[in-house]
Write a protein that binds this ligand. Structure first.
Ligand code: ATP
Length: 331
């Protein structure tokens, strides 16, 4: 029995994570769910965004399934609990598969995986204010670069991908991005993968006009963040995009979208991203048959006409979830 820390969070988080749990229940009885609190609502009740009890639940668990949190307005001391968790658990790799869930959705036939460095780069949160403005510390370390490149190489090889592309901006950021690039080529020596590089601006364009050339991308934090949202938009939208924050031993799985306060509580959110994040979690737990069952069920549900509003349909979150669950058969 694997233990899963379930952290639904704010806004549509509880709705879409509820759907993911329904679908996971339909494919396996080998998961035990431990529910924890996180985020803005938790803060208004308990005074904490990430209470000790939640950290204890995570400690006991084999993986985390996370929904979304709402960022408070006007709290200068706010530290995002999800950024905190990524740091604390040292989940240095952010993995986002980018491909159409169904041929009728999305704009481009991309089939890519973006592996993004998750702990340093532009998101160190170390900012210094002086009378003239603000200076941000942007960190590119040898250790951080080496481990993310190794992670991406292993992931590409394990998934029988053909090509790996390092995305950077070393023409402008010669020392920092130059270091990342150098380590990439060092670490790729001896690999059977086709090894490429692209400047981040060229990569943004290539994802649209040369998408067949994009396979696995390994990149720094900010570039990965932006390119993966572009990839989401190209392959169907935020409601369909799953992601993982990982290291070799542990993983936190979450939909790419945020808490979507504009549609929260109305039962119209698309739960696909959360459901597919659950499937990524099963892959990580070496339950790949069950994971594939979920992916097929999502495809078949959409094929049969089940679509939420963002997919130009009229299914509620619950109705869509019920169709997916009914197409999942326990393995
Ligand atoms: P946050 O500050 O929590 O990131 P946000 O509204 O800025 O919230 P998202 O939550 O990612 O950012 O939402 C962006 C837009 O996409 C919103 O209009 C939202 O309604 C829509 N959206 C996001 N997720 C979904 C979903 N699962 N189903 C349908 N629409 C969604």
């Amino acid at each position: 029995m694997k233990k899963i820390a379930v952290l639904p969070g704010d806004g549509i988080g509880p709705e879409v994570i509820g759907s993911a749990l329904t679908v996971l229940d339909a494919v396996t009885h080998d998961l035990e769910f431990l529910h924890g609190e996180i985020g803005l609502e938790c803060h208004s009740r308990t005074g904490e965004y990430l209470p000790r009890e939640t950290l204890d639940i995570i400690d006991e668990s084999d993986a985390v399934l996370f929904g979304a949190i709402t960022t408070p307005l006007g709290d200068p001391n706010y530290r995002s609990p999800i950024l905190q968790l990524r740091k604390q658990l040292d989940l240095y790799a952010n993995v986002r598969p980018l491909r159409k869930v169904h041929p009728s959705l999305g704009l481009v036939d991309l089939d890519a995986i973006i592996v993004r460095e998750n702990t340093e780069g532009m998101y160190t949160q170390i900012e210094r204010q002086d009378p003239e403005g603000v200076t941000l510390e942007r960190r590119v370390s040898i250790r951080g670069s080496r481990r993310i490149v190794r992670f991406a190489r292993e992931l590409a090889e394990k998934n029988c991908r053909k090509r790996i592309t390092c995305v950077h901006k070393s023409n402008a950021l010669r020392r920092s991005d130059g270091l990342f690039r150098e380590i990439f080529f060092e670490e790729m020596m001896g690999s059977n993968l086709e090894v490429k590089e692209l400047l981040v601006d060229a990569a943004a364009a290539a994802m649209i006009d040369r998408y067949k050339e994009i396979d696995v991308i390994v990149t720094l934090n900010l570039y990965g963040d932006i390119l993966s949202d572009e990839g989401s938009a190209l392959t169907g939208g935020l409601g369909l995009s799953p992601s993982a924050n990982m290291n070799a031993e542990f993983g936190l799985f979450e939909p790419v979208h945020g808490s979507a306060p504009d549609i929260a509580g109305r039962g119209v959110a698309n739960p696909t991203a959360a459901i597919l994040s659950g499937a990524m979690m099963l892959d990580f737990l070496e339950m790949s048959t069950e994971a594939e069952t979920i992916r097929l069920a999502v495809h078949d549900a959409i094929d049969k006409g089940a679509r939420t509003r963002d997919m130009k349909g009229d299914h509620s979150t619950q109705q869509f979830t019920d169709v997916v669950a009914s197409l999942c058969h326990p393995v």
